[in-house]
Ligand binder design. Structure first.
Ligand code: C2E
Ligand code: CA
Ligand code: CA
Ligand code: CA
Length: 281
């Protein structure tokens, strides 16, 4: 049975200090942190359910704060979005991720690298050219980059966003609709925007077998992905029972603590080797 070793599943313990209140972070401190290079990438594997092959990673941002330790995105992403700082932050994370993708490729690992993109960036008309230039500089095929866009934010500026996403698509960059099922967008957007991948939100994934309404939404989401020709990804896969149900329902890809926690690149490379060894055993 494919599944992670107990130690891998738990992963490294974040050193976040809960004594620091969220209000301690101000736009000024975030801007200074960006300038000082304190925002770093961690990587979480996306694994094919049918055979356990690692198809890609999602990169997630962490603030490696000099005194507070590891600060999670919930403490600063919204603030960054509200104060015009998310675009520079996204660019840093994107460039780091492409450099890492290039390193993996040189090691013979052709992984999709997914980056979370906020609405602010998607309403910026020069964003596609910036992304294309960075992809070219990294020398990786554009389809190996996947932009994850959260469904609930799609509605804010639909025309500009549609334009930017269409341009990304013309540049062969992959597009993923994130947190599917939690947004306010209509299904029509799935028709209008050419997504390659649909990520079912974790609230419809974890313990879906235990609740029939949850399972119904999960199955319907997987059905929409299949019928529209999109790859389906389930996030928040925490248990063997989550994994087993998703396999049974024909979901393509799983992501979650059951496989591995988000990790720095070096830990990811080590995890990857161990995972491959167990897969082939
Ligand atoms: P998301 O894009 O939905 O990312 C998935 C979140 O679920 C991550 O939280 C990840 O660590 C967590 N996760 C992964 N597996 C499991 C699991 O099995 N169970 C549970 N309960 N959680 C799991 P994280 O890293 O704290 O990020 C939270 C959110 O912050 C992300 O949600 C995303 O919306 C945003 N975010 C993270 N990094 C970036 C970034 O570089 N740019 C932007 N714009 N947003 C980011
Ligand atoms: Ca995401
Ligand atoms: Ca998500
Ligand atoms: Ca989510």
């Amino acid at each position: 049975m494919l599944g992670p070793a107990e130690s891998t599943r738990r992963g490294p313990t974040p050193v976040h200090n809960p004594a620091v209140p969220a209000t301690a972070y101000t736009p000024e401190r975030i801007a200074a942190g960006i300038a000082a290079g304190e925002f770093v990438n961690v990587y979480q594997p996306k694994v094919r359910l049918a055979d356990g092959e690692v198809t890609g990673v999602e990169t997630l941002v962490r603030w490696q704060h000099p005194t507070d330790g590891l600060v999670m995105p919930s403490q600063f992403i919204e603030l960054a979005e509200e104060h015009g700082l998310i675009d520079p932050l996204t660019r840093t994370i994107l460039v780091n991720a492409l450099e890492q993708g290039k390193r993996w490729r040189l090691e013979g690992r052709e992984l999709h690298v997914a980056v979370n993109i906020s609405m602010e960036s998607l309403s910026t008309l020069e964003f596609p050219d910036f992304v294309a230039a960075m992809v070219r500089a990294a020398g990786i095929p554009p389809h190996l980059l996947v932009l994850e866009v959260t469904e609930s934010r799609l509605m804010k500026n639909p025309l500009a966003v549609l334009d930017v996403l269409t341009r990304m698509r013309l540049k062969h960059v992959g597009l993923s609709i994130d947190d599917f099922g939690t947004g306010h967008s209509s299904l029509a957007q799935l028709r209008d925007i050419p997504f390659d991948e649909l990520k079912v939100d974790r609230r419809f994934v974890h313990q879906a077998h235990a609740d029939s309404a949850t399972r119904t939404i999960l199955e319907a989401s997987l059905g929409i992905a299949r019928q529209l020709g999109m790859r389906s990804v389930a996030e928040g896969v925490e248990l063997q029972s989550d994994w087993d149900l998703l396999r049974e329902l024909g979901c393509d890809v799983a992501q979650g603590y059951f496989v591995a926690r988000p990790m720095p690149a070096a830990a990811f490379t080590k995890w990857f080797g161990e995972w491959e060894t167990r897969r082939q055993a």
